[in-house]
Design a binder for this molecule. Structure first.
Ligand code: NAG
Ligand code: NAG
Length: 297
């Protein structure tokens, strides 16, 4: 009896990991093809990034209603905006992973490959079934799923448990640090901002860890650095009237193109190599480091 159960479990585990592996290989191959295709066909034209018949076509977004008491929101302004416009359920609850994938493709012009892998990774992280299970936006704030330390748009979870709340002071800091034309945020600004946030986080958060920094960049590609847009998106978690994704490639943002954008910005975070982050840690703990401070404290 026990043996057959064990054998069955092993078989299930094996087949599901083989299936996952095949799915990943297939997705990545498809992603490479989409990336190449994107580079040979013309971009979608301005004003036509969102397809006809979908919410947001022609820059007309469904009515924006701020979250009500009890609605579920998360640390990602772009996902909260989808719920605020009712493109995801307004209460932010009982969402399927496949629905999330479809919506980010339709609204933010993510490639179909990205639309599968993003939600699939989130489902795996939460220990849920990608095909059948559901989630509330707030569930995505499991630490290092989408919520992460030293975020540019949220305080660390160690300091603020409610990651659904908009931190206006932090948002203001982002909106006023751009050095591009008209105060536009450039990639260099982003690297600088990230470095600064990591030093601050390391100083104030004894549980500081950073593993999912790159989540930001998908948004960067889609929103660009326009301050007027960012003020609405970050400050109200709303899509501006007439807005459409800045990223106009025909088949959307692929995993490959996304990764190639992340790298130069991450590699330009000077605090990672000039010792400021390590120094911020020492400042908090004193010379004896973390272990001693734990003993004392
Ligand atoms: C979630 O949605 C499914 C399908 O519509 C429904 O059967 C289920 O009762 C819902 N769960 C909750 C907690 O609302
Ligand atoms: C090297 C690297 O950044 N790889 C990332 C490419 O994008 C996917 C999708 O988000 C990530 O899972 C990889 O870690």
């Amino acid at each position: 009896m026990a043996i057959t159960i064990i054998a069955k479990r092993l078989w299930q585990g094996l087949t599901s990991s083989i299936f996952d592996g095949l799915m990943l290989v297939g997705l990545l191959a498809w992603d490479v093809l989409l990336t190449l295709y994107n580079h040979v066909v013309p971009n979608r034209s301005v004003g036509r990034v969102v397809k006809k018949g979908l919410p947001g076509f022609g820059g007309k977004w469904p009515e924006y209603i701020p979250p009500r008491e009890g609605d579920s929101r998360c640390s990602c302004p772009a996902l909260n905006a989808l719920a605020n416009h009712g493109i995801l359920p307004h209460d932010g609850r009982n969402i399927t992973f496949t629905e999330l994938g479809r919506v980010i493709q339709e609204v933010y012009n993510f490639a179909p490959t990205f639309g599968v892998i993003g939600p699939k990774q989130a489902a795996n992280f939460l220990g849920r079934d990608y095909w059948t299970d559901r989630f509330d936006l707030r569930d995505l704030d499991a630490h290092n799923c989408i919520e992460h330390d030293a975020s540019v748009t949220r305080p660390d979870a160690y300091l603020e448990k409610d990651q659904g709340k908009i931190p206006q002071a932090l948002v203001e800091e982002v909106l006023t640090c751009g050095t591009g034309p008209g105060g536009k945020l450039t990639e260099a600004d982003l690297s600088r901002l990230m470095g600064k946030r990591r030093v601050e986080a390391k100083r104030a958060n004894p549980e500081y860890s950073l593993s999912t920094f790159h989540k930001l960049f998908g948004s960067w590609k889609i929103f660009g650095g326009d301050i007027a847009d960012l003020r609405v998106v970050l400050g109200e978690e709303r899509l501006p009237e007439g807005w459409e994704p800045r990223f106009r490639r025909r088949m959307g943002l692929t995993i490959l193109e996304f990764n190639f954008t992340v790298l130069p910005v991450e590699l330009s975070v000077k605090e990672e190599t000039d010792g400021s982050i390590a120094a911020a840690g020492r400042e908090r703990y004193g010379d004896g480091g973390e272990v001693q401070s734990r003993k004392n404290g």
